[in-house]
Design a protein around this ligand. Structure first.
Ligand code: ARG
Length: 459
């Protein structure tokens, strides 16, 4: 493609080192879409006849179909997907093919392809994310009133509902969805027409190209446009945060699936056995998902590091951006898919959760609140209940069985009605502040999510 200036062929090691078609072939459909739009702009500017433009489009579509069928022969000596397609096109249709790269560089071409690719993948990931949310909501809705201990420091803290715990993740995933939506908005700029760095002396209608490719804006600075990968960083950052959420959920699932917790039973289809220990049933899907967070974080750092030392504008370092992006896309789609399916077959062990929630100490805060409502300042109430906790542990007598005399010895604000407080259902039902896990709050939120997730369509 550049034989004009060179007297020596590229060294074989350099070719192997520099080729990217072994991975950037994945951009082919977008590369073709971009070239078809570019050809239309060339035709509109009178640089291609209608016939040439039609030949280009037909040739490109044929190449696209061959690649899709696995029949296209990629050539590493042609470096990347862009030159593979262009060269195949020219071999096929002759002179018209040789005109396609007018007023275009691979620098603006690859920037375009990556945007088109990510735009499509973000839509798919958002669908997968919604399917994941739906799966959590459905699991919660199967046990809408099942209490479970809520934990802080992984110590039993206060009673919550299993569905409330699951809905916490639905909220996290909805923020992830918002981040992906934002990324898609900022990505919505056409870089094509920026050329190698300084646009072109040939006047093409960039707005026509933008419109054909579904972009709402064209880039305003050709130097920025060929070297900007912010949109890919933003995607990888959103992917990393989403991965962190998936990893936290994985950790909960792994804990719940232990014999020690025994809050959740995963189906055989989504667990694995041990080659040695016959009794084992391992939550590999959750462990792998937790482990894959490393890739998602790594990919973000990979790209940030690639970008940090680049002088303006395009530098070949940028070729290293794609595998990071591909890997995060693949990782997220796989993780969301398998996780949602796994939750679809999971069973909550409500009896075990109820037993754990019956731990009377979970109601210590409720007792403090009781005193507050009798006029005792909270700090004092906290102290009083702390002493009662010690007493209860010491005498090995649960709160509900301590005699009223013990309560009144700790504070004379206690009366017979204290025993009514010591009930998990009542405790939950009283947690009616917005966002708290009363039965009616949680049922309402399950309902809202169901409607919202159905309204939003696919997946
Ligand atoms: N394969 C290259 C990449 O991924 C395409 C752009 C190459 N541009 C260049 N001037 N060598 O970044």
């Amino acid at each position: 493609m550049w034989t004009g200036r060179f007297q020596q062929a590229t060294d074989a090691q350099v070719r192997t080192y520099g080729e990217s078609v072994s991975f950037d072939w994945r951009l082919y459909a977008h590369d073709i879409e971009g070239s078809v739009a570019h050809a239309a702009a060339l035709a509109a500017a009178g640089l291609l006849t209608g016939d040439e433009c039609a030949q280009i489009e037909t040739g490109l579509r044929q190449i696209g179909q061959e690649i899709a069928r696995g029949e296209f022969e990629f050539r590493a000596d042609l470096e990347d997907i862009h030159m593979n397609i262009e060269s195949a096109l020219t071999a096929r249709i002759g002179p018209a093919g040789a005109k396609l790269h007018t007023a275009r560089s691979r620098n603006d071409q690859v920037a375009l392809d990556l945007r088109l690719y990510l735009r499509a993948e973000i839509t798919e990931i958002r669908d997968a994310l919604r399917a994941m949310q739906r799966s959590l909501v459905e699991l919660g809705a199967r046990y809408p009133e099942a209490p479970m201990p809520g934990y802080t420091h992984l110590q039993r803290a206060q009673p919550v509902l299993f569905a409330h715990h699951l809905l916490a993740y639905v909220e996290m995933f909805s923020r992830d969805d918002g981040r992906l939506e934002d990324t898609a908005k900022r990505l919505d700029v056409l870089p094509l027409g920026s050329g190698a760095i300084a646009g072109s002396t040939i006047m093409l209608d960039r707005h026509l190209v933008a419109q054909k490719l579904g972009f709402s804006r064209v880039s305003e600075n050709s130097m920025d446009a060929v070297s900007d990968r912010d949109f890919a960083c933003e995607f990888l950052a959103a992917a990393a945060i989403l991965g962190m959420h998936l990893s936290r959920l994985s950790e909960d699932v792994i804990l719940w699936a232990t014999s020690e917790f025994a809050f959740l039973t995963l189906s055989d289809a989504f667990t694995t056995g041990s080659s040695l220990m016959p009794q084992k049933k391992n939550p590999d899907v959750a462990e792998l998902t937790r482990g894959k967070t490393g890739r998602l974080y790594g990919n973000l750092f990979r790209l940030l590091t690639i970008l940090k030392g680049l002088p303006m504008t395009y530098n070949r370092d940028l070729q290293e951006d794609k595998e990071a992006v591909f890997d995060s896309v693949d990782t997220l789609k796989a993780a969301l898919g398998v996780f949602a399916a796994m939750l679809g077959e999971a069973r909550a062990e409500t009896a075990n959760m109820a037993r754990a929630t019956a731990d009377p100490l979970l109601l210590a805060t409720d007792l403090a609140d009781y005193l507050v409502l009798k006029g005792v300042p909270f700090r004092q109430a906290h102290e009083v209940i702390g002493k009662l906790v010690a007493l209860s542990l010491d005498k090995k007598v649960p709160f509900a069985e301590l005699p009223l005399a013990d309560y009144r010895a700790a504070s004379d604000a206690f009366a017979e009605d204290v025993y009514a407080v010591l009930d998990v259902r009542r405790s939950l039902e009283s947690r009616r502040t917005p966002g708290a896990p009363s039965f009616s709050n949680v049922a309402g939120r399950l309902d809202e999510w169901r409607k919202h997730l159905v309204d939003q369509g696919p997946a």
